[in-house]
Ligand binder design. Sequence first.
Ligand code: SF4
Ligand code: SF4
Length: 314
Amino acid sequence: MTVGMFRIRFHGRGGQGMKTASRILGTAFFRAGFEVQDAPRYGAERRGAPMFAYVRAARTPINERGVISNPDLVVVADDTLVAVPAAAVLVGVDERTVLLINSIEDSRRWRERLNLSGPVLILPARVEPSEAAEVGYAGAGCCGAAARLVGVISCAVLEAAVREELASSPEALVEANVHYALHAYRQMEAVSASVAPGKVPNAADYIEPDWVELPFEDARLAAPAIHAALTSEKVPTGLWRTVRPVIDYARCNRCWWVCSTFCPDGAIAVDADGTPRIDYDHCKGCLVCVAQCPPHAIEAVPEHKVRAPTETPS
Ligand code: SF4
Ligand code: SF4
């Protein structure tokens, strides 16, 4: 009988199936006899923006609430997120937290780069973030690996959970995700049960925080102030993109305004002759322009099909 509580966080980008991954893992825990919580957390942005989802599982009722700040397992579906402060991938990671990263780089390099003393594992069946977007629920690979790492979920229970959560999807998509999940599960055999459940919180352990006196500041000093326009130019939201809009200039009829007006990020400029130009440093890949272009002159191309291997973040 497992004693304690598993706390698992999935990090990815909107559209990579992390919410589905957390639901499948939660259902698998439930089928294995656990009490479960699972929930996603999104920011204000949309597709391609950092998001996370979390799962708690225990044999006893779960009274802990809120986001997980002391994870036993962190699963990172997109290794470019590790360098993005807003993604908060490493929050609460300590020497007993297992970090599982979907990456082409090995665990030694990640451990050195992040100066981590705890275990770092690599998801061996690499699921390209852009492929994930194509199949919709490729987070199944991440949850398959996570199911093996906690050591309390059987292969049959995992498969049943994938089928249950994707029951309304087309059969081919369900089969593809069952394959992804079970493949990742089997690939993790050597490190099965390497995630240990953490302590169940007890009210008696509560430590009151020290009282901190803050000096009073009047509103002019305390309120945030923006001193310059166009500060959003300094945030390279193009890093969020998993799918890239590519204009076919042979089909574009230089309508002057549709794509550039609908782009929520102002990432499309229009030349004097009406030719649209996409600023890929700031286009976050929401694909609104693809949907709006009247002659369908903008194609959605997965990033891995346009990105040279040398552009993999170091
Ligand atoms: S260029 Fe297209 S895909 Fe990129 S942010 Fe603008 S509307 Fe979205
Ligand atoms: S909406 Fe389509 S046709 Fe109009 S400028 Fe943009 S790409 Fe060209």
